[in-house]
Design a protein around this ligand. Structure first.
Ligand SMILES: *Cc1c(COP(=O)(O)O)cnc(C)c1O
Length: 574
């Protein structure tokens, strides 16, 4: 095995199982779903990520809704297999040994994709270096840069140590892994240097970077400028000592304003670049006009996100759906009452969990709205509560409404934590006609139950900042319609009144810097009152038809089987 046909997929986070807290949100979940579908399809892939020994974190919410974080302790050696080969990198002049742990993702047909988790917690390493792979997105820029050196440079070296000498393509899932492009050029320069007879300086020439480019693929995931990693050049010189002066000449190219910009580094050195939904591709093209930006719309791994009652229904009605997700279009032939019944089962499970964790007193007959994702400000979790009087008025007209929230804020995102706290405050105001619960510690298993068990999945981002969003796709697999701002994937997935509903008009990705909350909230209340609740309460047969279409039209397309197939034909083996 030399990996000649292999795709090496590099990602800072990955969501594989509930037991492994190595993801923060959608980016990591997408990585997990990508790998699962690659295994289903038998794509020769090898995955590199960091161990995150202390996890992202466990979220605790106090009575006021203020978030505190606790380290996660997880049994690394029980869940992963330690690999013998080691590799070394250099940080601040110190050698740092890197170890890898393997996890195997098995596809529907038995094909295995290995995932290697890099770990620097070795006794031969200096104390500060031992904790580099502890906390996902933890610490300051110095810590983050160390992590990205381990991922990008250490990742390539570890693949070589494991025997992958000739990788076909390197796929960077976001810019965190962009240092791998420098490592690949450095490898080439070393070979050239070793061969050279005359005395020459060890520098990496632009021609070598050009040789790296055809090997690299870059997927960018954010339209939020802060989402693009940057490091002061001074810090880079202090920390990244392993290359000496080899890149001195090239540096100016990808370091505008004396900063190492990981996005530019990846853009400059990739032959295929894509955004994660059609609109996101266009927005990204505007941000980086110098490069050609494609788009491949995200998906979810259908067999992972279909909850047992729904999966059982598919097994009976659409045999083979796990290996052929497009056959989910035949959901059109499943009787609506069967979908309704399966959904009801999941809803009862979900509400039992809610009632066991809170004094919510949720009831399965009542209309239930769900909203769960990272508590980042641009996701506008509070839009539903813009006018609590209006919301109560609607609930009095149609009967009590139940609302479920969940999601973690990044430990340093005070504004995101404030959002969670204010939602707790709203709870008091809504008492009576509306029940509201904010569930602690959103995770893979909770996402499965929530996206499947509510009656309506809500998403209210500030357009055009939602690159894709995937939780609405998980809902669709389970026959739960979305009610969302037309942004990210929903611009493609929404057929009004057929697969779900749009909130407001299409802002068409702009104009930016305009506060659209008043009009968006107005549109939200209007459609909830005039269209969605009347249908749910008085014409449940029509509501079940929308549920069925969510599966047939959206789950059959917005899945990672289709997505990975597109990466294969457009980028991996082209
Ligand atoms: C799917 C998922 C997300 C992403 O949700 P979006 O709505 O796409 O932002 C975040 N966290 C977890 C645990 C998930 O399963």
């Amino acid at each position: 095995m030399d990996g000649r046909d292999h795709i090496a997929y590099f990602t800072m986070e990955i969501g594989l199982t509930e037991a492994m807290p190595t993801y923060a949100g959608g980016l990591g979940i997408l990585a997990g779903d990508t790998v699962r579908s690659a295994a289903d399809l038998g794509i020769p892939m090898v995955v590199v990520t960091l161990l995150h020994r202390k996890g992202y974190f466990t979220q605790k919410l106090d009575a006021t809704g203020w978030q505190r974080e606790e380290d996660v302790v997880w049994p690394v050696a029980e869940l992963l297999q330690e690999m013998q080969p080691r590799c070394a990198i250099e940080i601040e002049g110190r050698p740092v040994q890197v170890r890898a742990w393997k996890y195997e993702v098995k596809g529907a047909g038995g094909y295995i994709v290995p995932v290697y988790f890099l770990d620097t917690d070795l006794s031969e390493n200096a104390e500060p270096d031992r904790s580099i792979t502890d906390h996902l997105y933890g610490g300051d820029p110095h810590y983050r840069l160390c992590q990205e050196i381990v991922l990008g440079m250490g990742g390539v070296r570890m693949l070589r140590a494991l025997g992958y000498m000739a990788i076909k393509r390197f796929h960077m899932n976001e810019g965190h892994a962009a240092l791998l492009t420098l490592e690949l050029a450095y490898e080439l320069s070393k070979q050239a240097w070793d061969l050279a007879y005359e005395q020459m300086q060890h520098t990496v020439r632009p021609e070598l970077m050009q040789m790296v480019k055809p090997k690299c693929i870059f997927t960018t995931h954010t339209s939020v400028p802060a989402g693009h990693d940057k490091f002061p050049l001074e810090l880079v010189h202090q920390v990244n000592t392993g290359y000496g002066d080899a890149f001195a000449e090239l540096e100016r190219g990808f370091c505008p304003e004396n900063e190492l910009n990981m996005t530019y580094l990846a853009l400059e050195n990739s032959h295929y670049i894509n955004g994660v939904a059609k609109r996101h591709g266009k927005v990204t093209q505007q941000m980086f006009s110098k490069y050609e930006i494609h788009s491949i719309t995200n998906g979810v791994h259908a067999a992972t996100w279909a909850t047992p009652p729904i999966a059982q229904l598919f097994d009976e009605r659409i045999p083979g759906w796990r290996e052929d997700n497009s056959s989910l279009r035949y959901a059109l032939n499943i009787p609506k009452r069967d979908i309704w019944k399966a959904h009801r089962q999941v809803k009862e499970q979900l509400l039992a969990l809610v009632n066991s964790r809170s004094a919510g007193g949720f009831e399965p007959d009542l209309f239930t709205i769900g909203f769960a994702r990272r508590a980042a400000v641009y996701k506008r979790a509070e839009l539903l509560f813009w006018d609590t009087g209006k919301l109560q008025e609607i609930a009095r007209k149609f009967g009590p409404i139940q609302i479920l929230y969940a999601g973690k804020a990044h430990p340093r995102d005070t504004a995101g934590k404030e959002v969670i706290r204010r939602i707790h405050e709203v709870k008091e105001k809504l008492k009576g006609a509306i029940k509201l619960v904010y569930l602690e510690n959103y995770s893979i298993d909770m996402a499965k139950l929530m996206t499947a068990g509510v009656d309506l999945w809500l998403n209210t981002p500030m357009p055009p900042l939602e690159a894709s969003g995937t939780s609405g796709m998980k809902a669709a697999v389970n026959g739960v319609p979305s009610f969302s701002i037309l942004d990210g994937w929903w611009e493609e997935g929404c057929i009004e009144g057929v697969t779900g509903w749009a909130i407001g008009n299409d802002h068409n990705g702009g104009p930016e810097n305009r506060d659209t909350r008043p009009e968006d909230a107005d549109a939200l209340y209007n459609k909830l009152e005039m269209v969605i609740l009347p249908m749910f309460c008085n014409e449940s047969d029509r509501y079940a038809e929308v549920m069925r279409h969510a599966i047939a039209l959206n789950a059959s397309f917005f899945n990672t089987e289709r997505m990975v197939s597109q990466y294969v034909t457009k980028a991996y083996f082209k």
